[in-house]
Structures are given as C-alpha cells and as structure tokens.
Design a protein around this ligand. Structure first.
Ligand code: NAG
Ligand code: NAG
Length: 183
C-alpha cells in the first residue's frame, strides 16, 4: 500500500513537471541552421535592458555561439555569451554559459518561425526532477514587428504554451545604437 502511494506521488510529480514545459512538435523539414545571424528581441523577460539582440554564429563543430547584447539604462553594454548546442530535434538548442559548463542546459524551444522574419521561442530549465519555463521570446529579423504578428505570437506563447505573461513583455527597440558581435 505504501509503495503504491509513493508511486502515485512520483507519477503525479513527473506528469505535472511535463505539463510545465511542453515540447513543441518538430516541423518536418525544418533546418535549425537557418537560425544563424542577427535577431532583435521584440518581447522577452522585461529587465532594464533595451535594444537587445541575439546573434547565432555558426561554429565549425556545427553548433552556434549565441551572443545576446543589450544596452543598460546608463548606456553601457551588457553581453552574455553562450554555447548553443544542437540536439536531434530541429526545434531546440541547448544553451550553456560559455564561461563554465553547467550540468544542465537551458533549453531554447522554437515554437514558431519562418527563419526569414520572425521566431517565437521559450526557454526552459529541465532537470531530472522538474522542468520550468523561464521565459518567452519573440524575435524578429528587423527591429520592429507588426502588431498583428506580435499578437499572434504572444497568444501562442502565453495562451497555448503556458508561458507566464510576466516573462514575455515588450522590449524597447527605439533610438538604438546596436553593438556589433565581437569576433
Ligand atoms: C530596474 O531599474 C530600477 C530603477 O532604475 C531598479 O529599481 C530595479 O531594481 C531594476 N530592475 C532590475 C531587474 O535590474
Ligand atoms: C565562439 O566563441 C568562442 C569562445 O568565446 C570563441 O573562441 C570562438 O572563436 C567563437 N567562434 C565563432 C565562430 O565565433
């Protein structure tokens, strides 16, 4: 009896964890190599950063260097360098801090993209005992996005995937002086 109770608890935890961070279906023929290049963050976790960009630079090993650059309120640059490793699925990348290899990556799940104009993604931390959505991201190849597309992608992330609206807010992309990707 005790064992069944324990199993039930384990199952309940496992299924609720799976529910927290859904895996998007892979689009047949999708090629994550097309993510390469610069993206502008139109929505994301709202911090005090503006003019945030994501650059995916292809590496010789087939993975990417992921560089996020933004401007702080005092005008200075904030930069984050990550290694984005490919997985078997074409709809996700595993992000590791470049400076030190963390035991568990942050998974960057692509929810929708055409790679030429827009990309909606969410990030999750998946450890053996639980998974959590960390943030939602709406990226664009230009530093703007029309209101209709923005509303559609926000609806996908918040209402269909379950990203909290607190972690996918608009990012200011006005009067920006963009930083180049360090080589
Ligand atoms: C953002 O800036 C405000 C005021 O400048 C500050 O109080 C707040 O702690 C900052 N938030 C973050 C997440 O840095
Ligand atoms: C990727 O980042 C590493 C560490 O900063 C750097 O040594 C390497 O040159 C970068 N590769 C590319 C293709 O930018």
């Amino acid at each position: 009896m005790k064992m069944f109770a324990t199993l039930f608890v384990v199952f309940a935890i496992a299924s609720s964890a799976l529910g927290e961070c859904p895996v998007p279906p892979t689009v047949p023929g999708a090629d994550i190599g097309k993510i390469a290049g610069r993206w502008y963050e139109i929505a994301g976790p709202t911090r005090n950063f503006t003019c945030m960009t994501w650059d995916y630079t292809p590496r010789e090993d087939g993975n990417f260097n992921s560089t996020t650059l933004s401007t702080l309120p005092d005008g200075s640059k904030d930069a984050e360098y990550m290694l984005a490793e490919r997985a078997d699925d074409q709809n996700l990348l595993n992000l590791y801090a470049m400076s030190h290899r963390t035991p568990y990556p942050i998974t960057f799940y692509i929810a929708d993209t055409d790679y030429d104009n827009y990309l909606a993604a969410y990030t999750c931390v998946v450890v053996p005992w639980r998974s959590d959505i960390l943030s939602g991201l709406i990226l664009s190849r230009t530093n703007t996005m029309d209101a209709e597309k923005y509303a559609e992608l926000t609806d996908l992330l918040v209402n269909k995937i379950g990203v909290s609206s607190d972690v996918v807010g608009p990012i200011t992309q006005k009067d920006c002086k963009y930083w180049p990707v360090p080589q």
